[in-house]
Design a protein around this ligand. Structure first.
Ligand code: BDR
Ligand code: CA
Length: 316
């Protein structure tokens, strides 16, 4: 079967880095490009971090595009408290040397999608949704070209990680997430409800280090640094590894369980801004607009990542 064409829209971030590495390590996926967005850290750093990750994967040929510098309506909120000042704190990195495309990410999304067949391309937004929503607003004819969106964001049963009710990606640009959920495109959402069901253990991080080489050393250093924040906040042995859930779902959907539901994003109240209000029990009797994932085979998820990254390291 031909590999599935995907675009990763991202704000790396250590967990974004693992999502990119998992995708680039997987022959079932054809990553057409990586579009960067301001989020965990400001845009110049998310671009740099995407470059670093592609170089780590031995893919300096990957197309990286710079996207929006701020959310559609609100001011940018960043998360250095989680990811460190660079967004990719943990290992020692040399500065990247690979190039970045000249075209703006939103222009490229429109161009690439308009030249695709209907349903041909899958989008994986794992940061604030700004680039994706801006592309939809700019050229609505791209909507039928997108076969599926598999996104990390939101939370319902476990609450939020940025406010009591809002998850970071949706909180940063709730208006963009609102555009996405109203688009009519089939959406699979990986919320905190599922990412908090798969916590990294210290033993698993050591098994990543044991892969060896630059990939083993740098991923282990990234993940140890990144895990410390959630360990302290939640008092668990390990932190959740959010963004790779999207790629793992594309590779092995049988690892996951969920329900088709209607989701709406709060964009009015400052108190609950960015909350993903999930009509889990169909109280509104509205047509579902997403598959809300809440169950995962955690061991299978972590083994998939370890195995794919070990294969990638061996091939370099
Ligand atoms: C999401 O926010 C970011 O900090 C992570 O990269 C992930 O995409 C988790 O709430
Ligand atoms: Ca992210």
């Amino acid at each position: 079967m031909a590999p599935r064409k995907i675009i990763i829209d991202t704000d790396p971030g250590q967990d974004d880095a693992l999502a990119i590495l998992l995708a680039l390590a997987s022959p079932e996926l054809d990553v057409l490009g990586i579009t960067c967005i301001a989020g965990n850290v400001p845009l110049p750093l998310t671009i740099r971090n995407a470059q670093l990750v592609c170089e780590l994967a031995g893919r300096p040929d990957m197309k990286i595009f710079a996207g929006c510098e701020r959310p559609m309506v609100r001011d940018l909120v960043t998360a250095e408290i989680v990811h460190g000042e660079t967004g990719l704190d943990g290992p020692a990195w040399d500065e990247p040397t690979m190039g970045v495309q000249e075209m703006h990410a939103v222009d490229w999304l429109v161009t690439e999608l308009m030249s695709a067949e209907d349903g041909e391309i899958t989008l994986c937004p794992v940061g604030p949704i700004t680039n994706v929503a801006m592309a939809m607003v700019r050229e609505p004819r791209i909507i039928p070209k997108i076969g599926e969106i598999v996104t990390m964001g939101g939370g319902f049963f476990v609450g939020g990680n940025t406010t009591p009710v809002a998850e970071f990606n949706v909180y940063v640009d709730p208006h963009a997430a609102d555009v996405m959920y109203r688009s009519g495109i089939p959406i699979v959402t990986m919320p905190l409800d599922v990412t908090h069901e798969a916590l990294m253990s210290p033993e698993w991080i050591e098994s990543m280090r044991a892969i060896g080489g630059d990939i083993g050393e740098k991923t282990a250093a990234m993940l140890s640094f990144y895990g410390r924040y959630d360990i302290a906040r939640y008092g668990t042995r390990g932190g959740p590894l959010h963004d790779p859930a999207t790629i793992a779902y594309l590779l092995q959907p049988e690892l996951y369980g969920g329900k088709d539901v209607f989701v709406e994003v709060e964009t009015h109240s400052e108190l609950t801004m960015g909350m993903t209000v999930v009509d889990y029990w169909d109280r509104f009797e509205k047509e579902p607009n997403c598959r809300w994932i809440s169950e995962v085979d955690s061991d299978g998820f972590f083994e998939l990542i370890r195995e794919r990254l070990a294969n990638l390291a061996a091939a370099l």
